[in-house]
Ligand binder design. Structure first.
Ligand SMILES: Cc1ncc(COP(=O)(O)O)c(C=O)c1O
Length: 386
């Protein structure tokens, strides 16, 4: 019997396990040197002179971003419709209103035009996502934001390693947020990184993520003495997580190259079969190849469910990114009275795509098998409908 290929599996090595064990052999489990070193190494990996702050998740980083920007009641933020709910929830949590922007059907990303269509006099920021690791057109979006004095928050949860014109995502906007959830490019089990080009923002967010306390442990003249000048949260990362993040990050080049190769192998038979694959649309864009999204013809009434079922029987794991555009999820649908057809391209991706594995857990043979199996199944299903 053929082995099954899960959609995702964290790539954990003896080096990772040893790093976590080394922390456990000591006594510093939080507020320690691993988080600090992880922040420096991550900043070096991204380039662009950014400052990094470890946090408990990407959602926490997004929440901190809007809190620090001072966005709240009465404000609007243009948010990608085709994203994880976290991108929008962060806006809701500060009391602002997300106004959703549709995407380019070729990439799943928001565009300067779809953003412009959603901007009003109340707009204070743009909350975009680099969908499945394909970088948005940041230069044009930055220009649009600057013209309207808007902040740009880049959700890079799926985009570690993605660059456009050589600049890593998360380093062009005002804030970049990363996720280290187990299915992501690198994992700390749970965890995230807040990234900013501004030193003062990093300093404020460091406080905000730790109860609003005004000094770290190493800055206290007397142990236990500190003040709390602002409201804050506990969104810290532990030393165990940071140690794991560091060894994972040291393998990022290999992780990215395996993903790139696997993406190419899965993609080839699909494109040959005439299936639309979301992909970077110009030479300046370097995807992080988080996963491969194949949009099957036929929309909501198409063959997707049957293809997914048959793939499960063939041992190929799949996922949906995402099952609904965020504004169609019950919370948002009811709150903002969503009507089908508002975001036709995001709806098409949600209703007709399947998301396929390309992670480092796939061998070259696995990747070829995934692409060929999907292409064959889609052809059979579409043929049966013809
Ligand atoms: C685009 C996007 N943003 C944010 C998140 C939330 O990340 P976390 O689980 O680290 O909060 C996810 C989770 O999958 C995501 O896909």
């Amino acid at each position: 019997m053929r082995t099954s290929i899960p959609f995702a599996r964290p790539w954990l090595t003896d080096e990772d396990r040893a790093a976590v064990d080394r922390v456990l052999q000591g006594h510093v489990l939080t507020h320690g040197p691993e988080c600090e070193a992880f922040e420096h190494e991550f900043a070096e990996f991204l380039g662009g002179g950014v400052h990094c702050v470890t946090v408990s998740s990407c959602m926490a980083a997004l929440h901190l971003a809007y809190l620090d920007l001072g966005i709240g009641r009465g404000d609007e933020v243009v948010v990608a419709a085709q994203t994880h709910v976290a991108t929008a929830h962060a806006v809701e949590w500060v009391g602002a209103r997300p106004v959703f922007a549709d995407c380019d059907p070729a990439t799943g990303n928001v565009t300067p035009q779809t953003i412009a269509d959603a901007i009003s006099t109340r707009t204070r920021a743009i909350g975009l996502v680099h969908f499945l690791g394909v970088p948005c057109d940041m230069e044009a979006i930055r220009d649009l934001a600057d013209a309207g004095d808007l902040a740009v928050v880049e959700d890079c949860a799926l985009a570690l390693g993605a660059r456009r014109d050589g600049r890593h995502v998360g380093t062009v906007g005002d804030v970049g947020t990363f996720s280290f959830y187990p299915v992501k490019h690198l994992t700390t089990a749970e965890g995230g990184m807040f990234v900013t080009r501004h030193a003062d923002v990093a300093a404020r967010v460091r406080r905000l993520r730790a109860f609003g306390v005004d000094r770290g442990h190493s800055e206290r003249s007397m142990p236990g003495v500190y003040d709390v000048p602002t409201l804050g949260l506990n969104y810290r990362m532990s030393e165990l997580q940071a140690a794991l993040g560091r060894t994972q990050l040291s393998r990022a080049p290999e992780i990215l190259s395996r993903r790139r190769e696997n993406f190419r192998r899965v993609r080839e038979p699909l494109v040959d079969a005439g299936i639309h694959v979301l992909d970077a649309d110009d030479a300046a864009a370097e995807s992080s190849h988080y996963a491969l999204s194949a949009v099957l013809p036929g929309g909501a009434g198409g063959p997707r469910e049957r293809v997914v079922e048959a793939l499960g029987e063939a041992g190929v794991g799949t996922s949906l990114y995402y099952p609904h555009p965020v504004p169609r999820l019950s919370y948002y649908r009811e709150r903002y009275r969503y009507v089908d057809g508002f975001h036709p391209h995001a709806e098409e991706i949600s209703d007709a795509s399947i998301t396929l594995p390309v992670g480092p857990h796939l061998t070259a043979d696995d990747a070829e098998r995934v692409g060929e199996t999907v292409a064959a199944l889609a052809e059979v299903q579409l043929g049966a409908r013809a």
